[in-house]
Design a protein. Sequence first.
Length: 298
Amino acid sequence: MSRHDIAARLQDFQTRLCTQLEAADGGSARFGQDDWQRPGGGGGHSRVLEGGAILEKGGVGFSEVQGELSAAAAAQLHLPDPHFFATGVSVVLHPRSPRVPIIHMNVRYFEAGNGEAWFGGGIDLTPIYVDEAQARRFHERLKAACDKHNPAYYPKYTRWADDYFYLPHRHETRGVGGIFFDRLTVGQDGTVEELFAFVQDVAEVFGPYYAELMAENHALPFTEREEAWQTLRRNRYAEFNLAFDRGTRFGLETGGRTESILMSLPPRCGWSYNPAPPEAGSPEATTLNWLRKGVEWV
């Protein structure tokens, strides 16, 4: 399997996922496509939906880029040779209702100039209000996808997600976690076909599960109080993406397309100064109690 075969399948996944999400949204809004070129080589297709019936903003990006990294970026990735090839799909969905969780996924393939190649990815769920049953179902789906390939994957990668999707200055996880993995190396951790099959199975969890959540939650009632909490939780999401997300930093440092990199940011959020903590026993306090590492969801 060549790099171009992997890129073609990921681009097909982007198309299929956008079709799934448009159907689940149920409105008239559609994903527009914005094609772009990277000055150093390659490019991508950014597909963004805004103003949907359920999705206030959703981005599904595909990229296939190559070239030469800066010395700093190569050092960050521990690459002796700065030449690279990378392809992947990145998804972030921001629903209109505070009852529907934010969700993110990224799957990617990277080839270094010295011939080393690896896969990475992750999928995590960020509810504004945690629904325990839905969070457990999410982890059950991810565990099933992992167990199909290696029973050691889920316990390892869900701990990795807890550590990665974490806001240290807030002492809280970004949401209820998921899985995160990086540098699944071809030849060391499996063949390219075996590792890509795992990555594809993880990606295929996304559309069906999130379509279920949209159907179950979008009509639930909410008030200005829930919207205010959504605004605060969205700013936590933005804080993580801007301050800690490695993909955001890598894209900006390697001359990636700024609009495509930052399409993950919420359409509306706000920072009020020193907001009061939620009252004990409130739904907001209950959600905060779930935002911690080490929860055994399955």
